[in-house]
Ligand binder design. Structure first.
Ligand code: PHE
Ligand code: NA
Length: 452
């Protein structure tokens, strides 16, 4: 048995956990979700979800990881040999995500380079689908690899590989301690200038203007909980793996709260960044903000470049935005990769270097499929199933297993032992009732949505 690695410092661990949590979802998913679900009023269900589910679940995962000192499969196997498969399910989901998440980072790397010259041209939409992804050329092109995407994918995998290969403390922790402060700085600089753009404050009005009727809408609540689970990277082994490297005496409850608060704070900051741009763009084009608001791939690779073309300092804004996207993406990518690598180390008792080499080589080969002309189509399909079912099923079964079938009181004692602030019956009740109910509702909603 190898001796288990540990984090160098408490800040280092929190930076790494925050690095995982803060990802593309904060930047391109959260702002639109707020806008669409009642604006400022959405923050109420969002904060309720954060307190009632996000923090309790985070404490649970940190506690399990620290107590059992293992990757997801090892942790569940230590509780009961019959439950090891649940960990492998989470590992499989994480591995699949790495194979396409990396390609989105690769797009962002390309756009970072393009932003020095606005190389996406005057028609960013045609550029993105046509020349860049190679989607519209001819059906034959669906199978051919786009070389610029391929190279950036290789680079992003290589970076991830180096970080994970080098180790918890000198690889993952070191990268996170540089990347997280950098990310906040990039976004703050962007906002500092962005809010001075004409129309920016109008954009923020659109974002935050509360529509309190949304609070009566069940879908808004489901979206709030869904965003919290996804955003915090809980329910699929990431936080388990990271907290398995915590020293025995670390304050679990405090670490969990810090991680959640920093992530959710960053989401709100991203909302301000995105909607100041959308407000400016709407004003320049003489349309209401509703015409330009959106999320996901379209927001990042079509709307933003279009807005940047109109801006007074296009290189400044373009570089800041795409660099932020790359930095946020890579730190999440590293955490996803660590799920699989830590599982292999535990299971096969091989070294970190060997495990990282196997996983990154394998992952890179699978990724190539997403760098082809048909990559986006494939990505959409895989992402749909992974997001709507893979993550939710893993999280749902995990919570049922841990909160109902295991001795949750025992775990409560464990997390309280080293924590200054203790959790009580509200914590266990949240994990037993609120979290599984909300995950269950989301699963059913996705399932019904798919068959109808
Ligand atoms: N939590 C990340 C986000 O909000 C997404 C993510 C999902 C990261 C899965 C890693 C793994 O963008
Ligand atoms: Na997040």
């Amino acid at each position: 048995m190898q001796k288990r690695e540990t984090w160098g410092s408490r800040t280092g661990f929190i930076m790494a956990a925050v690095g995982s949590a803060i990802g593309l979802g904060n930047i391109w998913r959260f702002p639109y979700m707020v806008y669409e679900n009642g604006g400022g009023a959405f923050l109420i269900p969002y904060f309720v979800a954060m307190l009632a589910a996000g923090i309790p679940f985070m404490i649970l995962e940190f506690g399990l990881g620290q107590k059992f000192k293992g990757s997801a499969p090892k942790t569940f196997a230590s509780i009961s040999k019959r439950w090891e498969w649940l960990g492998w399910w989470q590992v499989m989901v994480a591995f699949i995500i790495t194979t396409y998440y990396v390609v989105v980072i690769a797009w962002a790397i390309n756009y970072l380079v393009l932003s020095f010259t606005q190389g996406w041209g005057d028609a960013p939409k045609d550029f993105f689908f046509g020349q860049f992804l190679g989607l519209t050329d001819s059906p034959m092109n669906l199978g051919s690899v786009q070389s610029s995407i391929f190279s950036a994918t290789a680079a992003a995998w290589f970076f991830t590989f180096i970080a994970v290969f080098t180790g918890v403390k000198s690889g993952i922790e070191r990268v996170s301690k540089i990347f997280m402060p950098l990310l906040f700085i990039l976004v703050f600089i962007f906002i500092g200038r962005g809010l001075m753009l004409p129309g920016a404050t109008e954009g923020l009005n659109w974002l935050f203007k509360p529509d309190f009727s949304a609070i009566m809408n069940g879908k808004v609540w489901a979206d709030a909980f869904g965003q919290i689970f996804f955003s915090l990277s809980i329910g699929f082994g990431i936080m388990l793996a990271y907290s398995s490297y915590l020293p025995k005496d670390s304050d679990i409850n405090n670490n969990a709260c810090m991680t959640v608060f920093i992530n959710c704070g960053f989401s709100i900051i991203s909302g301000i960044m995105i909607f100041s741009v959308l407000g400016y763009m709407a004003q320049q084009q003489g349309v209401p903000v509703s015409e330009v608001a959106g999320s996901g791939v379209g927001l990042a690779f079509i709307t933003l470049p279009t807005a940047i073309n109109l801006m007074p300092a296009p290189v400044f804004f373009g570089v800041l935005f795409f660099l932020a996207l790359v930095v946020a993406g890579l730190s999440s990518m590293i955490s996803l990769c660590e799920v699989t690598v830590s599982a292999l180390i535990d299971k096969l008792n091989i070294t970190r270097k060997v495990a990282a080499s196997i996983i990154c080589a394998l992952g890179f080969m699978v990724s190539i499929a997403f760098t082809t002309g048909g990559g986006l189509l494939l990505l959409d399909i895989v992402d749909h199933f992974v997001n709507n079912f893979g993550i939710l099923i893993g999280g749902f079964i995990e919570i049922i297993f841990v909160a109902w079938l295991c001795d949750i009181e025992d775990l409560r004692e464990h997390v309280n032992k080293t924590s200054e602030i203790k959790v009580g019956s509200m914590w266990t009740n949240s994990l037993r009732f609120i979290v599984p109910t909300m995950l269950g509702i989301m699963l059913v909603m996705n399932f019904v949505g798919d068959i109808s």
